[in-house]
Design a protein around this ligand. Structure first.
Ligand SMILES: [Zn+2]
Length: 142
């Protein structure tokens, strides 16, 4: 991607009184600037990068048609370096929002994970490969 000098600055606030649970905020920062946060602050990475109608974020103003790609790249890179579980989950959630599920992906009835199912004449697979194997090994599992 073009904006190689960019990174994410992620902060987490624990159970503040106004919010349920944790609040995770993500800011786009310019890694080429050695000034440090908040001086190298570029803009906030909004939860919904691509907005419809007149609603525009600074992020989409700045990156235009590339918004989705840039956001994905930043999130994927952050995922590699982040080890806080809450933040990781938030990154995954945001990546999911950027990447709507293809039609042949469904949630497994066994473990709840996404898997790619196959269609048969009589329907489609409802459990992932792992769970189907488990089911064969353990007859208790339904
Ligand atoms: Zn499963």
């Amino acid at each position: 991607m073009e904006q190689t000098g960019l990174g994410l600055y992620i902060t987490k606030n624990f159970n503040s009184k106004n919010y349920k649970g944790n609040t995770i905020r993500m800011a786009v920062v310019d890694l080429a600037e050695l000034k440090g946060y908040p001086l190298n602050f570029v803009c906030v990475l909004p939860r919904h990068v691509v907005l419809k109608g007149n609603l525009q974020s600074k992020f989409s103003d700045k990156f235009g048609d590339n918004s989705q790609g840039v956001a994905k790249e930043l999130l994927n890179r952050a995922l590699l370096t982040e080890d806080d579980l809450d933040i990781k989950k938030e990154i995954m959630d945001r990546l999911k929002l950027l990447d709507p599920k293809p039609k042949n992906i469904a949630e497994c009835i066994g473990c709840g994970k996404d898997f790619e199912y196959r269609k048969y004449n009589y329907g489609r697979q409802k459990a992932c490969r792992e769970c189907r194997t488990k089911k064969r090994l353990n007859r208790e599992w339904k």
